[in-house]
Design a protein around this ligand. Structure first.
Ligand code: ATP
Ligand code: MG
Length: 267
């Protein structure tokens, strides 16, 4: 299949390439595609991990000698929506990418229960901590191709009804399934990227500015979806945003990242 062949080739480039974040972001889903058909995480293990806290301790990161994150410490409780707010350039995306192992920290610890995330296989990590990038990246082909790619390689069956349900859940019409993904607007791509992540049913969704390209009406649809996924399906979310009002609307807890430091933020 042509689409897979191209992805494999791109993937080789990604692994030998350091520094282009956009390409690294593509690797999230490609990594999943590379997983063996039998998922690295068994259902039993997933349900056991579901009740564990993610504890982040003393994470530090510099780029070119500039300190971006300074001993960041926080935890995410299972079933909560934790929001991190902070101005542009404060390191929000960097922090999320560290959590899903797209970027390695200079020091610190990340643990899910007794599991040391920094010592695990990255494929395992990205199966349980799934990152939805700030700048959505679509693969070649239709929206349907994009949604089915990772589940197919994981050996997960997704029915047409499930596809229609997920695309409608993120506020798009089912006719989008047959559209060429790359032709969509950025806001539409952002929602397809969220649907793509949801189909993998991760333990914790890491959303990077999930509504930054949406109008107020679609922002509201997506916020309602996040709340409903949290309440109905007990999904845990870590969402970064620069929008304080969104943080107040969505967050069970809100933390503020500024000057490399994370502080409690009273809403
Ligand atoms: N690979 C990199 N090499 C060098 N500097 C980097 C790299 N990635 C990020 N930075 C720098 O780290 C800082 C934090 O970037 P980051 O993307 O995490 O910020 P952000 O809070 O997500 O900003 P925004 O709200 O604009 O998305 C910025 O100053 C950025 O230029
Ligand atoms: Mg960012």
């Amino acid at each position: 299949m042509e689409i897979n062949y191209r992805l494999f080739r791109r993937n080789k480039n990604i692994f030998s390439y350091e520094g282009i974040i956009k390409q690294k972001e593509i690797s999230i889903i490609i990594d999943v595609i590379y997983m063996p058909k039998v998922s690295l995480v068994s259902k039993e293990e997933l349900s056991r991990l579901k009740n564990e806290r993610l504890v982040v301790r003393d994470i530090s990161k510099r780029f070119d000698n500039k300190v971006i994150l300074r001993k960041i410490t926080f935890s995410i409780n299972p079933g909560e929506i934790l929001i991190i707010v902070g101005p542009s350039g404060s390191g929000k995306s960097t922090l999320l990418k560290i959590l899903c192992r797209l970027i390695e920290p200079d020091s610190g610890q990340i643990k899910l229960g007794s599991i040391n995330i920094l010592e695990q296989d990255v494929l395992f990590v990205r199966r349980i901590l799934t990152y939805v990038a700030q700048i959505p990246v679509m693969f070649e082909g239709t929206v349907r191709d994009n949604l089915l790619l990772a589940p197919r390689y994981l050996g997960l069956h997704v029915s047409e009804d499930e596809l229609v349900k997920i695309i409608e859940e993120v506020g798009l019409n089912k006719s989008f399934l047959d559209m060429i993904a790359d032709n969509l607007s950025v806001g539409e791509k952002q929602r397809v990227a969220l649907a793509r992540a949801l189909l993998l049913d991760p333990l914790i969704l890491l959303l990077d500015e999930p509504t930054s390209h949406l109008d107020p009406e679609n922002t509201r649809i997506l916020e309602d979806l996040i709340i409903s996924l949290n309440k109905r399906r007990e999904k845990t979310f870590l969402i970064v945003t620069h929008d304080y009002n969104q943080a107040k609307r969505l967050g069970d807890r809100v933390l503020r990242l500024d000057n490399g430091e994370l502080k409690e933020f009273k809403v």
